[in-house]
Design a protein around this ligand. Structure first.
Ligand code: KG4
Ligand code: ZN
Length: 354
């Protein structure tokens, strides 16, 4: 079936069209169209996403992105069976923009299609179905990857889940304060790097020594699967306060700044990887799935691959562009939700859970 997805939960206006088949045993996807229109430049001066600006930009961009998909041309109209629109979690004004647009095109162009509300976190979670190592091997049904441990690490969430199947999972733990991506963004800001800071810290960290500063690894030794990143953030703040030559006003790049970035990253990733491995061992996982914007981080992906090498537990992660917000993952989540027969109201729910 053809699935059209619309994603506007934060600062990306995204749409995608996928061909989906295979059902709950062996879901397979062919990406036909994929557009992400980023608002980063608009929000960067504020150091974070401004909800009212995000809504305004989505309303402006949605028709443009839809036109660029070229589903409706003079002599042809693409057939669409399912429309999935993100209804949460996210910024409610931004979500409403996407929901309103989905209703409009449903009525105008695709009245026969089914229109469903989809969960952004399920989009991240299911993005492992796009992993090349899985997609390239049709003889390996996704239904055989379980039990699995899934780590979702984004700007708004840090969640560890145990998945028993493609439709059944339970949350093992989550962050009790900041999300991992949020910590990256805040540390980047303290170092004078532009927003969003995740990829900036990663780039700077490559030039630094991860063992230079022993930043705290919060909750690492607690026997639960929760995370905490605000103590790490504060430790970076104090370190910079006590080492004034490193503050943004001191300007310019120096080796010590790279050491701060590398040491911060080592602490953040260290906790994520250790807790994921511990859960995988405790629950006898056959696979580990990684998703969310922070999953675009090369060091984190590398550490996860090391687990695979050392333990034989399989590891799945989508290509970089499907880790940060996009509509391809929402089309995947929409298809999975359709197969599961789960209904969600077409109403923005900012703090929707997974
Ligand atoms: O999933 P996402 O695009 O949006 C949310 O749903 O939150 O995640 C965005 C987050 C931001 O905090 C960004 O700094 C972080 O993902 N991020 C990274 C990298 N690329 C994006 N963090 C670390 N390393 C990266 N390469
Ligand atoms: Zn996201």
């Amino acid at each position: 079936m053809k699935v059209l997805a619309i994603e506007t939960s934060c600062d990306e206006t995204a749409m995608a069209l996928l061909e989906a088949e295979g059902g709950l045993r062996n879901p397979r996807f062919k990406i036909l169209k994929n557009i992400v229109s980023s608002q980063i430049k608009i929000h960067a001066p504020w150091g974070g996403v401004v909800p009212s600006l995000a809504k305004r930009e989505h309303i402006k961009n949605l028709p443009k992105v839809f036109d660029n998909l070229r589903l409706i041309t003079r002599n042809r109209q693409e057939k669409v069976d399912l429309i999935a629109v993100t209804v949460g979690p996210g910024l409610e004004p931004a979500l409403w923009a996407g929901i309103g647009f989905a209703k409009e095109i449903h009525k105008k162009y695709f009245p026969k299609a089914k229109l469903i509300g989809a969960n952004h976190l399920e989009g991240h979670l299911y993005s492992f179905l796009l992993a090349k190592s899985l997609a390239a091997n049709p003889k390996r049904p996704a239904a055989n990857l379980f039990p699995a441990i899934a780590l979702i690490v984004s700007g708004g969430h840090t969640i560890l889940l145990k998945m028993d199947s493609l439709k059944k999972w339970e949350m093992l733990g989550e962050t009790v304060d900041d999300a991992a991506g949020e910590a990256y963004d805040k540390a980047a800001r303290m170092l004078g790097l532009p927003y969003p800071g995740g990829s900036e810290i990663e780039r700077l960290a490559r030039k630094g020594n991860p063992n230079a500063i022993n930043f705290p690894r919060p909750m690492l030794n607690q026997k639960n699967y929760n995370f905490s990143f605000s103590g790490l953030k504060t430790a970076v703040l104090y370190y910079l306060r006590d080492n004034k030559q490193l503050t943004p006003s001191a300007g310019g790049y120096n080796k010590q700044k790279a050491d701060v970035a590398a040491s911060f990253q080592a602490a953040a990733i260290g906790v994520l990887v250790k807790k994921t491995l511990r859960a995988a061992e405790e629950f006898g996982a056959r696979s580990v799935m990684l998703s969310g914007g922070v999953a675009a981080n090369g060091a984190l992906r590398g550490e996860m691959l090391n687990i695979k090498r050392k333990t034989g537990i399989d590891f799945f992660v989508a290509d970089l562009k499907y880790n940060t917000d996009n509509a391809v993952m929402m089309a995947v989540a929409g298809y999975m939700q359709y197969l599961r027969g789960k209904k969600r109201p077409l109403r923005a729910q900012g703090s929707m859970r997974i």
